[in-house]
Design a protein around this ligand. Structure first.
Ligand code: SAM
Length: 292
């Protein structure tokens, strides 16, 4: 993270005529922006103003900090998010270079993974994919690793800031340079993109937030902030129709095991995994890419 940076920059190649509207947080949990050390105060204040969040001067350890439930932390490590108060888990950063994401890249099963089959990578190698609900970019990174050209859309400004920072840091790692060129974070949402451009993607991928179950809540403590700050994407049903309009070959929806179909629309087929499933809506066969 450049300490003097005025704002987060993305390598946006798809032009966007209008700056995306800020998607307001509807949560009762509070969020502010802080600097982890004095050198990053200016960058944190700029980020707070860009995201229309309060700036909080951090004067003590996170476990003794009150006033805000969460802090977006700006430091030399980039942008992270931390819960305040006692027993809070460690701050979360988008890190494509180590930990679980890197492990999955090396040993995750390549094109044998359910997500790869759902996208159609067993049929075609280099597909263009619009990830309309990018979140922390983990699924997009798997697809980019497998050779897809992935365009990422994320509407919640603080999540977008975490993601942009993770992408920026990852671009400096030679080992994954060829993967990072496959990932492009753009302004706006799939809906706003559709209004401005006729360009379609081979596949549109959706993974909207779903009301959590007790089991999923226990499984990923460090991801609690997603649920507490964003909650449930109540408009996800509408996104399916937009996706079906923008995709050339298929739309893939990631769903928890027992969740209903998006918009009550039955998929062409499903791929069921241990903890969830992929609903695949086929528009035309991927075999047609080669045959015109
Ligand atoms: C479950 S998370 C996605 C996680 C992601 N697949 C990953 O691997 O990190 C869902 C994300 O989609 C975003 N989202 C939901 N609806 C959206 C929309 N219409 N446009 C852009 N982003 C959206 C939410 O803000 C949230 O960050």
């Amino acid at each position: 993270m450049n300490r003097d940076s005025e704002s987060i920059t993305d390598s946006t190649q798809i032009p966007s005529k209008s700056f995306p509207k800020i998607h307001p947080l509807k949560s009762k949990n509070t969020l502010a922006v802080s600097a982890r050390d004095i050198d990053y105060i200016l960058a944190a204040k700029n980020m707070a103003s860009k995201l229309r969040l309060p700036y909080h001067a951090l004067t003590q350890d996170l476990k003794y900090t009150d006033g805000y439930d969460y802090l977006l932390l700006i430091s030399g490590e980039g942008v992270g998010i931390a819960k305040t108060g006692k027993k809070a888990p460690a701050p979360v950063y988008v890190d494509f270079t180590s930990g679980a994401v890197a492990h999955r890249r090396k040993y995750g099963g390549g094109k044998g993974q359910d997500i790869a089959k759902a996208i159609g990578l067993n049929k075609q190698g280099r597909l263009s994919v619009f990830d309309a609900t990018a979140g922390l970019g983990r699924d997009a990174f798997v697809l980019a690793t497998l050779g897809c050209q992935v365009t990422l859309f994320e509407r919640v400004p603080f999540v977008r800031a975490l993601l942009a920072s993770g992408l920026e840091q990852a671009r400096e790692h030679k080992e994954i340079a060829d993967i990072m060129v496959n990932m492009q974070l753009v302004d706006g949402t799939l809906g706003s993109y559709q209004q401005e451009s006729d360009v379609k993607a081979d596949v549109v991928y959706l993974d909207p937030m779903f009301p959590h179950t007790e089991k999923s809540a226990a499984a990923k403590k460090e991801m609690t902030f997603f649920r507490e700050l964003i909650g449930h994407d109540a408009d996800a049903d509408d996104l399916l129709d937009t996706a079906l309009d923008v995709a050339k070959y298929r739309v893939v929806v990631k769903r928890p095991k027992d969740a209903p179909y998006l918009n009550n629309k039955k998929p062409t087929y499903q791929i069921n995994g241990k903890s969830g499933r992929f609903d695949v809506y086929v528009l035309q066969s991927l075999d047609k890419i080669n045959n015109g």
